[in-house]
Ligand binder design. Structure first.
Ligand code: SAM
Length: 217
């Protein structure tokens, strides 16, 4: 039975990878998917959410840069969406790596990675990214992607402030896509968000590590 599950999981990821390369019209390989980066199933989810937001999303904010930044920017380009990803990344080295991938894919016009250290900000919600980069957003946020800060070396609840800080900046109909939604820390965060931010309806999506999709009424 375990072998069948492993084969099924491998098959679903292969299918997702094929779908990604077939639909995004990439001219270079994606960053390695899985492990710290989003897995192919989450990447497909991300593309589908971008499509569901049509004609947007114009304003995308991402917590935690990497493969997800490239996939989102590529989806904006592929579908002719006049949107931009503002990615918050606390680690200057990872920020540089993601910027290099964006350049290689000629996606600089669709995404900007900001080095945003984790600080005890004046938003009053505890340690989270420095929010200076959010001052220049082109409008309310249509899509918020939550895949950082890293929980390793911080806290299993490190992603908790994301919605507290961003709730007031979400456009009506905005989507909030959360990776690793099946982990105990994220489950706790999602439960609290459902209580504190009832205007955003969350449901679980079936991807490898679990994804939660919130829709702001
Ligand atoms: C879950 S990762 C974000 C991944 C990103 N969304 C992607 O798809 O690649 C969260 C954070 O972990 C850090 N990180 C990424 N890869 C790492 C690695 N191999 N080792 C340690 N930290 C890493 C980066 O600071 C990143 O923002």
């Amino acid at each position: 039975m375990a072998d069948t599950d492993a084969l099924d999981s491998l098959w679903r990821r292969s299918e997702a990878l094929t779908a990604l390369y077939a639909t995004l019209e990439l001219t270079a390989p994606l960053p390695p998917l899985g492990d710290w980066a989003i897995d192919p199933l989450f990447a497909v989810c991300l593309v589908n959410v971008v499509l569901d937001c049509r004609p947007g999303p114009r304003v995308v904010v991402e917590c935690g840069s990497g493969a997800s930044t490239v996939v989102t920017a590529a989806a904006l380009r592929r579908y002719g969406i006049d949107g931009h990803v503002t990615s918050l990344e606390q680690d200057p080295d990872f920020a540089d790596v993601t910027r290099a991938y964006l350049r290689r894919h000629e996606l600089d016009a669709f995404a900007t990675v900001h080095t945003a250290p984790l600080v005890d900000g004046d938003h009053g919600f505890g340690v989270w990214y420095d929010t200076s980069a959010l001052e220049t957003l082109a409008g309310d946020v249509d899509l918020l992607v939550v895949d950082g800060p890293p929980t390793a070396g911080t806290s299993p609840l490190a992603r908790g402030p994301a919605l507290d800080v961003m709730a007031g900046r979400l456009a009506p109909g905005a989507r909030v896509l959360v990776d690793d939604a099946m982990r105990p820390g994220e489950q706790q965060v999602l439960q609290r968000w459902s209580h504190d931010h009832p205007e955003v309806d969350f449901s679980l999506l079936l991807t490898g590590n679990g994804a939660a999709l919130g829709l702001k009424r």
